[in-house]
Design a protein around this ligand. Structure first.
Ligand SMILES: [Zn+2]
Ligand SMILES: [Zn+2]
Length: 233
């Protein structure tokens, strides 16, 4: 029903610019005013998580140089400051269609490298059912779905589920956060048939979520886990 309603709304109102939210006349993702403003971050980035580095001589960011990651390599399309308002509306303002722009950008920036990795499935970071019902969609899943159109890689959302509606992670310290996350996700099977997967999310912050999920997937037989996020902070 919700889906039908949204289709109806989409017919009434054309899509909006994923950056400034202006109504778009043409079938585009962003408006002509925003187009020149959008550039991918340049300069040195962390070899592990792709976070922009303040110091060109370093190879890894603060977090990645201190702890081991469960994933192989991560890719983020934009810097957080660049896109945070857009991402806020994407997540909380009923703008799942922005995923089209994020996926087109992700593919432009990383398509070639993603294809070379032999990824068999995109696994969106799940949200709890309660949150899903309230929002009407999982933003990570929307992003993954649009990516799938470019790569042909399937979206798989039934291997890792959210078993607990966790307190907002921002309020917790690192240890608490990790503990909370372990309980928050659940594997639905002990054996996963994929060898290489890519976790997909909207924002990568400390990596706690991705690392927790990657660890679980590896314990179920996945050999290599990558991640792709719209932004990194
Ligand atoms: Zn715009
Ligand atoms: Zn890093």
């Amino acid at each position: 029903m919700k889906k039908l309603f949204r289709t109806f709304i989409d017919l009434l109102y054309p899509h909006r610019c994923a950056i400034c939210d202006r109504t778009l006349i043409k079938d585009e993702y962003i408006c002509p005013f925003c187009k020149p403003k959008i550039k991918y971050p340049s300069g040195a980035t962390c070899m592990k998580c792709s976070k922009p580095l303040p110091d060109e001589n370093r190879l890894y960011c603060h977090d990645c140089s201190r702890k081991r990651s469960e994933y192989e390599r991560g890719f983020a399309v934009f810097g957080y400051e660049q896109i945070n308002e857009s991402l806020y509306r994407f997540k909380y303002g009923g703008r799942p269609e922005y995923a089209g722009f994020y996926a087109a950008s992700a593919w432009e920036r990383y398509g070639r490298v993603l294809e070379s990795l032999g990824i068999e499935a995109y696994i969106p970071v799940p949200i709890h059912k309660k949150r899903f019902d309230k929002r009407g969609y999982n933003q990570a899943h929307e992003f993954a779905k649009c990516l799938s159109k470019y790569s042909g890689v399937q979206v798989v959302d039934d291997i890792v589920i959210r078993s607990k509606n966790t307190a907002p992670l921002k309020k917790l310290g690192a240890d608490e956060r990790q503990k909370n996350l372990k309980k928050a996700f659940k594997l639905t099977k002990n054996d996963v048939n994929f060898k290489k997967v890519c976790i997909v999310d909207d924002i990568y912050t400390t990596g706690a979520t991705v690392n927790t999920m990657a660890g679980m997937l590896k314990s179920a037989g996945v050999e290599k886990v990558y991640f792709l996020s719209v932004a990194i902070r």
